[in-house]
Design a protein around this ligand. Structure first.
Ligand code: FES
Length: 161
């Protein structure tokens, strides 16, 4: 994903934490949910928005094993399992994704193309169940369309450096 797009997405994702003290870790969690890792440019947006020095953000990101500084795959697929998505069948979407990709949630395909993760509510419950691939939201996903989506993402991943 291009840095400008990452900056734009990050600004949206962390807007709710802008004037809240002590929200650095929550903001970083939301960023990792959105991208699958913490891009450097996202940390810069966090620094500007929450008025926290870059050094402090970097210390937090490297202290907690949960946070990743490198993208674990070319395409990060986030399957939402927040309440609304869960009620609308996110479990069967996750299972279809796992079958189509041949990996479990939290894993990366051996070719490094896809990383699959389960995330909590991503703020678009009206579109539940949702799957987000590299920041692009797919709403009202049905298990039957998962293999078509994976084929589309594979084509995209093949053109990525
Ligand atoms: S529960 Fe999935 S977007 Fe809110």
């Amino acid at each position: 994903m291009k840095s400008e797009k990452i900056k734009e997405e990050t600004a949206k994702v962390i807007a709710k934490w802008a004037n809240k003290r002590g929200s650095l870790i929550m903001a970083l969690h939301d960023i990792q949910n959105a991208f699958g890792y913490i891009p450097w440019v996202a940390m810069e947006v966090v620094s500007d928005t929450l008025h926290v020095p870059m050094g402090q953000i970097y210390s937090v990101v490297t202290f907690y094993h949960f946070f990743k500084l490198k993208s674990p795959g070319k395409i990060i697929i986030s399957c939402c399992d927040g309440t609304a998505c869960h009620l609308k069948g996110s479990e069967s979407i996750l299972s279809a994704l796992q079958n189509a990709l041949g990996i479990q949630a939290g894993q990366t395909t051996p070719d490094g193309m896809f990383h699959l993760q389960v995330v909590r509510c991503m703020g678009c419950c009206g579109l539940a169940p949702i799957v987000v691939a590299n920041g692009e939201t797919h709403g009202r996903v049905q298990p039957a369309e998962v293999s078509k989506l994976v084929a589309e993402w594979r084509k995209k991943a093949e053109t990525m450096p």
